[in-house]
Ligand binder design. Structure first.
Ligand SMILES: Nc1ncnc2c1ncn2[C@@H]1O[C@H](COP(=O)(O)OP(=O)(O)OP(=O)(O)O)[C@@H](O)[C@H]1O
Ligand SMILES: [Mg+2]
Length: 227
């Protein structure tokens, strides 16, 4: 699955947050969106994941223009193909770790259904094994981040959008998460990460830099470089 931004511009309250972004995210590629705080990384990531509509320009999925997509078409893209690791974690606090991985049949503490073996694999890979019965609300920030990564692994998503996935992690878990994303890309996934982390960027095949003009507050056109 190919995800492309074609001249994507986002204007919020009269301010240009993203300016004419042109970027292709292909299977087997780990792509970094980098730039200082406030330069529009999260906004562009949300456009790439079809969570936010650009003000101008087009988002293409496998060459198809998504501009006119209805909500059920975007929902199908999220359900069938995509996983998100969002900056504010995106975990359901009132539910258990296991439910947050499987997202299957539990309302506040009732039974979680799903493939137990795959839950174990996802928790092992993110260093959360043995924690499945705990309430997500009781996890630390870094653990919640790893929980949302475990969800992406369980889902076997082909397209993964991750916002600062290594923020609030210690060195060991950072290295684990970087290797995990690199390995998902090697397996043919599309992986896009918004990041400040130099080591994370070092593992990426493509780097798209967003720069903010500090004098005007306007984000300059980004540039993509393939390593
Ligand atoms: N819904 C919104 N309403 C108003 N301003 C917004 C909105 N979304 C984003 N912005 C503004 O757009 C700019 C870019 O925000 P964004 O979250 O994309 O930056 P970022 O590069 O991800 O920053 P950080 O590294 O701090 O996460 C910020 O100045 C932010 O205030
Ligand atoms: Mg951000």
């Amino acid at each position: 699955m190919n995800i492309e931004a074609d001249e994507v511009t986002v204007v919020i309250d009269g301010r240009e947050i993203v300016h004419g972004a042109c970027l292709g995210c292909a299977p087997g590629t780990l792509t970094a969106l980098d730039g200082p705080s406030g330069s529009g990384k999260t906004t562009l990531l949300h456009c790439l994941g079809l969570l936010q509509r650009p003000t101008r320009g087009r988002m293409l999925v496998d060459g198809t223009d998504t501009t006119g997509w209805r909500s059920w078409q975007r929902r199908r893209f999220w359900q069938d193909h995509a996983a998100f690791v969002l900056q504010d974690y995106g975990v359901i606090e009132e539910e258990s770790v296991a439910f947050n991985v499987t997202m299957a049949k539990s309302v506040f503490g009732s039974r979680v259904v799903g493939d137990r073996r795959r839950v174990q694999v996802a928790l092992d890979e993110t260093g959360l094994s043995g924690r499945e019965g705990e309430l997500a609300a009781h996890l630390s920030g870094g653990e919640k981040k790893r929980l949302s990564i475990a969800r992406a692994i369980y889902k076997n998503a082909r397209v993964i959008f991750a916002d600062e996935p290594t923020a609030s992690l210690d060195d060991g878990n950072r290295a684990r998460v970087i290797e995990l994303f690199a390995s998902l890309a090697r397996q043919g996934c599309v992986v896009v990460v918004a990041t400040h982390d130099a080591e994370m960027m070092g593992a990426c095949n493509v780097r798209y830099s967003l720069r903010q003009d500090t004098a005007t507050g306007v984000t300059a056109a980004g540039s993509a470089a393939r390593r």
